[in-house]
Design a binder for this molecule. Sequence first.
Ligand code: AMP
Length: 111
Amino acid sequence: MSTIFGRIIEGKLPCKKVFENERILAIEDIHPAAPVHILIMPKKEIRDLQSLKGDDLHLIGEIVAVAQKLAVQLGIEDGYRLLTNNGPGAGQSVLHLHFHLLGGRSMGNLG
Ligand code: AMP
C-alpha cells in the first residue's frame, strides 16, 4: 500500500492501536488536536470518501459502530466529533480514507 496508513496497516510502521478487526483499524493520532483523537480507517486501500462505492459502502457503518464503541470506552459519548477530510482541498494530508474521532474538550462551531 502506498500511504503512511497503508504501511501501518501492513505492520511496517508502528502505531498506538485502539481497535482492530479484519476490516477496520483505529489508532491514536500522532499529533492529537484534542485530548481524545483517534483515526478510524478501513484496512482496504481507499483514497477518500468520494472514492467509496458499491460493496465498500458498508465500511462507513462499521466505522460509525467502532466510533460509538470507542466513544463509550473513552468517556466522550456525550460530546464528540466524527469527521473525514475529503481531498487536499479539505485538508486531507494522508490519501487513505480515515475518520477523526475527536473529544475530551469543547469543540465549538466548525470553521
Ligand atoms: P488528514 O489531514 O485528515 O489526512 O489527517 C491525517 C492525520 O494523520 C493527521 O491528524 C496526522 O496527525 C495523522 N498522522 C500522520 N501520520 C501519522 C502516524 N504515523 N500515526 C498516527 N497519526 C498520523
